[in-house]
Design a protein around this ligand. Structure first.
Ligand code: SF4
Length: 357
């Protein structure tokens, strides 16, 4: 029997987060007319995952589970394979011109995730098999705007890296965008499953960003995602593969010892990343915000969350389309922005901070 010493515990590498395997899969019959649909269908059968048919990927009404909470948890492990019918893209400011729809929903359980509000009663994970039609629509948007560059964000409604081992959709988009003089792709992730992307021809037209945070935030609010060390290891790999790299620090949370937490975060990025990472490195900084609707949903779904959502301690920011958001009051937001900007430029003097919001 192996003797476990404190030394062996320190030295031993924690097991890697396995890639996502759903527990239940629905198919729209039309999805089987596509090669990708056929491929996923075969994989689901080989894995022995229960499989059901559905008339529409937008109407899954018979999910198992006795309570709303139970159904929510099951939905997060349910994959729905369908055909994307709406090929009109949403805008995606400030990080890109358009959101490119390859998936909706995510298996992560980040307490603060805005998908909880935007996906409403449909938290299951939808992937779209008609990538070719989606890319043709993207081509239309690029042609319309050229010679301006058009940027597409692939992670507005999902975390596509976590789904890449099943779909391969990012690889298709990256290869497509490599040939686009006026098109660029970007996505952000909390997962580390990037290996299939490393050898692709990308021509620097895809920026891969990793969502990172202080240890406190990752530990308390990001269950179901890859560990910080795995994300950084993946970031180093994509930098070595020549991809432009970025980090999104979001949500920035004012917690006890936040200065220490965020200081350590930037230091460990500087210590771990290879020199290639500093070329064209970008940061996007987003302070924590919530709406009243989000607060209600989060308190129902994660009743023991430590996420601070005290309206009294926040500033109300009017929304352009309807309900406003609660952000930190100016003095706290300024302190967070200043502290992080200083640490970033201290360790990465040639990096760009795209925005703080
Ligand atoms: S990984 Fe991203 S998309 Fe998934 S639950 Fe967390 S915040 Fe939401």
């Amino acid at each position: 029997m192996e003797t476990i010493t404190s030394h062996s515990l320190v030295k031993r590498k924690l097991p890697s987060r396995p890639s996502f395997v759903p527990e239940l899969v629905y198919f729209e019959p039309g999805a089987l007319d596509y090669e990708k649909g056929q491929r996923i269908y075969k994989w689901v059968q080989e894995q022995g995952i229960p499989l059901r048919m559905t008339t529409s990927h937008n109407r899954i009404t018979n999910l198992p589970g006795d309570s709303e909470l139970e159904q929510y948890k099951i939905a997060k492990r349910t994959l729905v394979v369908g055909v994307r019918k709406t090929l009109k893209f949403d805008t995606s400011k400030p990080s890109a011109e358009y959101a490119i729809p390859i998936a909706t929903g995510c298996m992560g359980h980040c307490h603060y995730c805005y998908l909880q509000t935007t996906l409403g009663a449909k938290p299951y994970i939808r992937v779209y098999v008609n990538t070719k039609e989606i890319m043709e629509a993207a081509q239309g948007y690029i042609d319309e705007r050229k010679p301006e560059i058009t940027r597409f964000e692939a992670a507005c409604t999902s975390d596509p890296v976590g789904l890449e081992p099943i779909t391969g959709s990012l690889a298709e988009l990256i290869t497509f965008m490599a040939d686009q003089e006026y098109g660029r792709l970007r996505f952000v992730t909390k997962f580390h499953h990037v290996d299939s992307l490393l050898g692709l021809q990308h021509n620097g037209h895809t920026r891969i960003r990793f969502s990172v945070n202080s240890k406190y935030v990752i530990k308390h609010f990001e269950p179901g995602t890859s560990r910080f060390e795995e994300r950084i290891e993946a970031a180093a790999k994509v930098a070595r593969a020549g991809y432009p790299l970025g980090f999104i620090i979001a949500p920035i949370i004012w917690h006890d010892d936040w200065e220490q937490g965020y200081g350590e975060l930037i230091e460990s990025l500087a210590k771990t990343l290879p020199p290639e990472a500093s070329q064209q490195l970008t940061f996007e900084l987003i302070q924590h915000r919530f709406t009243k609707t989000a607060k209600n949903i989060i308190e129902r779904r994660y009743p023991r969350t430590k996420l601070e959502m005290d309206i009294e301690k926040r500033k109300y920011k009017w929304g352009r389309w309807g309900q406003g958001k609660y952000v930190y009051p100016d003095e706290k937001a300024d302190a967070l922005r200043l502290f992080l900007s200083e640490r970033i430029f201290e360790h990465f003097p040639s990096a760009t901070i795209d925005y703080f919001t």
